[in-house]
Write a protein that binds this ligand. Sequence first.
Ligand code: SF4
Ligand code: SF4
Length: 254
Amino acid sequence: MLKSTGIPTQKDLETVVPSKERLAKGPVAIMECFEKIPCNPCYTSCKRGAIKEFEDINDRPQLNVDICNGCGVCISNCPGLAIFVVDETYSETEALVKIPYEFSPLPEEGTYVTGLDREGKPVCRAKVVKVQNSKAQDRTPVVAIAVPKELSMVVRCLSLDDYYSDNTIVCRCEEVTLGEIREYIRKGYQTIEEIKRISRCGMGPCQGRTCSQLILEEIAKATGQDVADLKVHTYRQPTLPIKLGLLVGGEDDE
Ligand code: SF4
Ligand code: SF4
């Protein structure tokens, strides 16, 4: 498959993916370089000496995962766009994936893009955490995106299109689409409270547990704010769905 499509098989990947134990320790490079080619900038650019010295210029890179700290310097020096850095310790639910990116324009930090797998299929929505674009002419820009942790070894490219279309249902309780939310924001409803009142998002049985974050991200995107700076909506009891019997005092509340 690699020879005909350029896409590595699971067996190929098993030779370069570090152990779970190493991934749990922090960022590390994944050298997805499977062909014997006359090339070695990964080795010469790694000042930590994490890549074994090439005996032959056609050698494949051999990474010492215990020396590599995932700095990503080798990513921008690799002409084959074959190196990625994965940090599975980024957050409880997300991994940070550093990707070489040679398309123009570059994504902007703080925006959302679509994470693509090795075949170019969209697999998730991803936040652009950092964009590194060295002034040196022969360096590849590196984009760091936050992806769901279970996709850390799946996402290897990105598209600037948003993963969610206008038809995506944002609020399942009240059946409100992302297109409707975008329209409200365009009309000037730019806080979550305003959108809740005009659309009823967040007033259904789930009390906004699904839609709030998505709406906040849309407001942030449309208004150029950081999602962390936006006010969340007011949460009222009960914060979890409970049986009516509990409310009338018939059951013990654990
Ligand atoms: S990520 Fe940094 S430490 Fe690891 S191989 Fe690349 S340059 Fe070396
Ligand atoms: S620089 Fe990139 S393409 Fe060249 S040998 Fe190293 S990993 Fe492979």
